[in-house]
Design a protein around this ligand. Structure first.
Ligand code: PLP
Length: 397
């Protein structure tokens, strides 16, 4: 039996979303652009999905542009803004953005953009005044994620949005980790562009969306038949979008109760781990964080957390290291933890545990029963204090 505690990497598809998708995989197969009945049925399903995704973030349905991933939504926001106005070429981003943002900005630099990265404070949260200091007369866009995927901290997006709105600068936020977990209201906040991904909220993989506020002009990345208001041509992934819509509606309906449940599980897990192993500390702000998200430092050395991850895996528990999210970069320290001021050695010795809808108290019990034993083999290394550790990224508990 698998105890899956890696919901920031991806979430299991909710059975309700799978059921909603089923007819669109074979029976209702029309092309939404076709004028006959099969096409009209598919179009209606895409429209319903768009309304559900819009409702999740407080947008109007025409403001939702479906994409093939959160990564593509980030690319569309940044490259689209760059290409729509080549006169203002300065971009500001947090230094802890997902590679979908940071690598896209590197691509824009090669095309003549200037990029300023703003470092977070040691608790993983950006100071609004640091963002303000980075702005220039030619700043085109600021991008700051709503919630970080490594450490789980929430950023002051409402304040940063206001700052941008006052200066007619576009504000983009990557809400891939946050959507469905914390309230998001694009009408109440000065957000112009916002990225979403279905598979982080119990929807299918390979389905995303970009909210584009009415009146905001960006250029398309994908050219063709003019679907998605010309911003993302291609025949729609109807079944995937239906699954996204169903998952968004569920997340929206259950969010307040589910968030409270996850906070309780998360805090119980943290209390259990820290009382069993005093060397373990929480990284990032203690409560300005996603409800089900923990990132722990183990005081270990390079490679040790990978051993721990594999030891947990052998015992049927899936977690992640706090280092780079791809297996090919697993031994590199996370750019997020390094930006927070952690020593690179300590940044390598971190573990990410993320809870989701299908986790229960029994999963926390299993983790707490297995964890000290899994750590035991690594203990001699882990219990050694690190002289170089500035522990700046550590929260107070
Ligand atoms: N942005 C953030 C913050 C993420 O955590 C992820 C996925 O890990 C992405 C973007 C990319 O989303 P997708 O997997 O849909 O491309």
């Amino acid at each position: 039996m698998l105890t899956y505690l890696d919901n920031a990497a991806t979430t299991p598809l909710d059975p309700a979303a799978a059921d909603a998708m089923q007819p669109f995989l074979h029976l209702t197969f029309g092309n939404p652009s076709s004028l006959h009945r099969a096409g009209r049925e598919a179009r209606a399903a895409v429209d319903d999905a768009r309304a559900c995704v819009a409702a999740l973030v407080g947008a109007e349905p025409p403001e939702i542009v479906f994409t093939a991933s959160g990564t593509e939504a980030d690319n569309l926001a940044l490259v689209g803004a760059f290409e729509a106005d080549l006169h203002r070429r300065h971009f500001v981003a947090s230094a802890i953005e997902h590679p979908a943002v940071l690598e896209t900005l590197k691509h824009l630099e090669r095309r003549g953009a200037a990029v300023t990265l703003v470092t977070p404070r040691p608790d993983g949260i950006l100071a609004v005044e640091d963002v303000e200091r980075a702005l220039r007369p030619d700043t085109r866009l600021v991008t700051v994620m709503t919630a970080n995927n490594v450490v789980g901290t929430l950023q002051p997006v409402a304040e940063i949005g206001r700052l941008c709105r006052d200066r007619s600068i576009l504000f983009h936020t990557d809400a891939v980790q946050a959507a469905g977990k914390v309230p998001i209201d694009v009408r109440a906040t000065a957000i112009d562009l916002l990225s979403l991904s279905a598979h982080k909220l119990h929807g299918p993989k390979g389905v995303g969306a970009l909210f584009v506020r009415a009146g905001v002009k960006i250029a398309p990345l994908v050219h063709g038949g003019g679907q998605e208001r010309g911003l993302r041509s291609a025949t729609e992934n109807v079944a995937g979008l239906v699954g996204f819509g169903a998952a968004a509606a569920l997340a929206d309906a259950e969010r307040p109760a589910e968030a409270a449940r996850l906070v309780r599980l998360r805090d119980r897990l943290l209390a259990g781990v820290t009382s069993a192993l005093p060397n373990v500390r929480l990284l990032g702000h203690p409560f300005r964080r996603l409800p089900g998200h923990l990132c722990l430092t183990l005081g270990g050395q390079e490679g040790e957390t990978i051993k721990l991850l594999l030891a947990l895996d052998e015992r049927g528990i899936a977690v992640s290291t706090g280092s780079a999210c791809s297996a090919s970069h697993a031994s590199e320290p996370s750019h997020v933890l390094v930006a927070m001021g952690l020593d690179p050695i300590r940044a390598r010795g971190s573990l990410r545990i993320t809870l989701g809808r299908f986790n229960t108290d029994a999963d926390v019990d299993r983790f707490l029963a297995v964890f000290p034993d899994a750590v035991a083999g690594l203990r001699p290394v882990m219990s050694r204090p690190l002289a170089t550790d500035r522990a700046q990224g550590e929260a107070s508990r």
